[in-house]
Design a protein around this ligand. Structure first.
Ligand SMILES: [Zn+2]
Length: 200
């Protein structure tokens, strides 16, 4: 079995315990490449995606107030790299698995990758970078929030697998990242993921 030697596998981090998680605390690593308003927007996005599944997302002080599990969140300027075979990788974020069904308790999302996507994105034939700063800002916070919610899905579901549609699909297009609604970010009913408040 090809387990990463640098991570300790603890029994309490197993799938059965994650299936009990209702309150997930996110410990956001600082310093951050975002301001506090942007971070709040990212977190609102994550909370909005997971709320229908009975998962309450806490961050800041709430992350320390006895949640069922805590996950470290790294928001980095760096773009994806590392060892692809052990990473469940969306374009914009990643989480490492130490073995089958055993994610580490740290997720990373890349502001650098989001900016790169923004630089190349066009909306109605026009570069997004020529559009209103507020729209570009919305792109950045929604892209970070939605990809963070996707990585949290790998953690909560305990699998590196992707679904054909919904939150756990492998890639989100720039247009999908700018959509105001969250309909495209639900869990696919085909996705095998045991969650306490499952509404599938
Ligand atoms: Zn993924």
């Amino acid at each position: 079995m090809d387990l990463a030697p640098r991570a300790v596998v603890r029994p309490e981090a197993g799938v059965s315990r994650r299936a009990q998680v209702r309150r997930l605390g996110l410990l956001v690593e600082r310093p951050l490449p975002l301001d506090e308003r942007q971070l709040a927007a990212v977190m609102r996005e994550v909370a909005g995606i997971w709320q229908p599944y009975g998962i309450e997302i806490g961050w800041g002080e709430a992350a320390r107030a006895a949640p069922d599990a805590r996950l470290r969140v790294v928001i980095t300027e760096a773009t994806p790299g590392g060892e692809p075979t052990r990473l469940a990788r969306a374009t914009l974020g990643w989480i490492e698995f130490v073995g089958p069904g055993r994610p580490r308790d740290v997720v990373t999302v890349s502001l650098g990758a989001v900016r790169r996507l923004l630089d190349a994105a066009r909306l109605f034939g026009r570069p997004l970078t020529l559009m209103a700063p507020a729209l570009q800002d919305r792109f950045i916070t929604q892209a970070l929030g939605r990809s963070l919610a996707h990585e949290i899905g790998h953690y909560l579901c305990g699998t590196a697998d992707h679904a054909p549609r919904g939150l756990m699909r492998e890639r989100f297009s720039p247009a999908e990242l700018l959509e105001p609604g969250l309909d495209a970010y639900r869990l696919d009913p085909q996705q095998r993921c045991e969650l306490p408040g499952s509404v599938r």
